[in-house]
Design a protein around this ligand. Structure first.
Ligand SMILES: [Zn+2]
Ligand SMILES: [Zn+2]
Length: 226
């Protein structure tokens, strides 16, 4: 009863359209329906529903599997922006629940949950670390251990890689990530970010995890850029 009373006194509003949302839900029914769900049968390696001419873009990347829930467009990109830019923390449990429902059974078996580290400058300016929040939510919901600050962006800058081929630069995005401490066995990581775009950031993190002895890295993201 108290929560009903509260929702009467302070009507919940949808984080995407600003309209009324029922029962303190973060989205109204219309925006929830408008989420661009990925179809069943997406590629287990890159999470795309279909490959372009170049084949699976994750074939040369350092993570072993990838899973996402929605396409990064429309209402889904509004949700991501609401978390990052407007502090829409009430959206994170919804995103976590949707991710857990979409995870293939046993995908996270033995895994530690590791968020993609925030850019130090961006973290300081905006303060909302979507990857960290989502990783904590995923760890809670799956019962897997959370290793919140295992990874760090070295120097906080996109370091220039002299001599690297264009493909290598694209693949690593010039991002240098380091692992702060040994990873206890079984060294399996569920690498969490809010959005999977080119895979360059996930690749840079997966490279660091592999160099530190990780046997398997699964990229877990809420939204996938098509
Ligand atoms: Zn709405
Ligand atoms: Zn693929």
């Amino acid at each position: 009863m108290p929560s009903r009373l509260l929702s009467f006194v302070v009507p919940a509003t949808c984080w995407v359209c600003g309209g009324p949302a029922p029962d303190a839900a973060p989205l109204c029914a219309g925006c929830r329906r408008a989420l661009p769900w990925l179809p069943a049968g997406c590629c287990p390696r890159c999470a795309l529903p279909a490959h372009g001419r170049g084949g699976c873009p994750a074939e040369r990347l350092a993570f072993d599997a990838a899973v996402s829930v929605v396409a990064y467009e429309g209402a889904a990109s509004s949700v991501v922006r609401a978390v990052k830019d407007r502090g829409g923390l009430a959206l994170v449990p919804m995103m976590g629940a949707q991710l857990v429902a979409a995870l293939p059974a046993d995908l996270l078996r033995g895994a530690r949950v590791v968020p993609v580290p925030p850019h130090p400058l961006r973290g300081r300016l905006r303060g909302f670390d979507a990857a960290g929040l989502l990783a904590a939510e995923l760890a809670t919901r799956t019962g897997r251990p959370l290793d919140a600050d295992l990874l760090r962006r070295r120097g906080g800058w996109w370091r220039r890689q002299r001599g690297a081929t264009r493909a290598e630069r694209l693949a690593t995005g010039r991002l240098v990530v380091e692992v702060r401490r040994p990873i206890p066995p079984p060294a399996v990581a569920a690498l969490v970010d809010d959005v999977h775009t080119t895979g360059a950031t996930l690749h840079a993190c997966a490279l660091a995890l592999r160099a530190a002895g990780c046997e398997r890295v699964v990229a877990v993201t809420w939204a996938r850029a098509l």
